[in-house]
Ligand binder design. Structure first.
Ligand code: HEC
Length: 115
């Protein structure tokens, strides 16, 4: 019973921690949030963005496909920070600059699913 419920609870707890103060403090002290370690972008994306940007951003869902985007880093950064009225929520309160850098990197390295 615990085996199936615990991971979900841990995931929710993790998301709840990604709140303004905590993230900013962690990165202000120079914690390397971007280098693949601490912040699991795959998981973050799947949990926070994935219900609109399907298959990790590889295909269009409620939101557009992000893989192979021709948008500039600045555009992507702005969209994530400020969202788009009536279309996408703003995440500027939730993510630090380093987090957003990691997300941009994630989007840039998306590859089609194999197999
Ligand atoms: C509620 C649904 C929803 C969620 C959640 C969501 N998005 Fe979006 N996103 C959209 C929609 C809709 C658009 C298209 C907005 C427009 O019309 O320009 C969009 C646009 C974008 C774009 C610009 C794509 C382009 O080429 O114009 C990026 C980048 C993006 N989203 C990233 C993210 C990231 C990263 C997350 C998670 C942190 C996220 N989105 C969460 C719905 C969503």
């Amino acid at each position: 019973m615990f085996g199936t419920t615990l991971p979900a609870v841990a995931l929710l707890a993790g998301l709840a921690c990604v709140m303004p103060g905590t993230v900013r403090m962690a990165t202000a002290q120079g914690a390397p949030a971007q280098e693949g370690g601490k912040l699991d972008v795959n998981q973050l994306f799947a949990g926070t963005c994935g219900w609109c940007h399907s298959d990790g951003g590889r295909v269009a869902g409620k939101g557009p496909k992000l893989m192979d985007t021709e948008r500039s880093d600045e555009f992507i950064r702005n969209r994530i920070r400020n969202g788009k009225e009536g279309a996408m929520p703003a995440f500027g309160q939730m993510f630090s600059d380093a987090d957003i850098d990691a997300i941009i990197k994630y989007i840039r390295t998306l590859k089609p699913d194999e197999g």
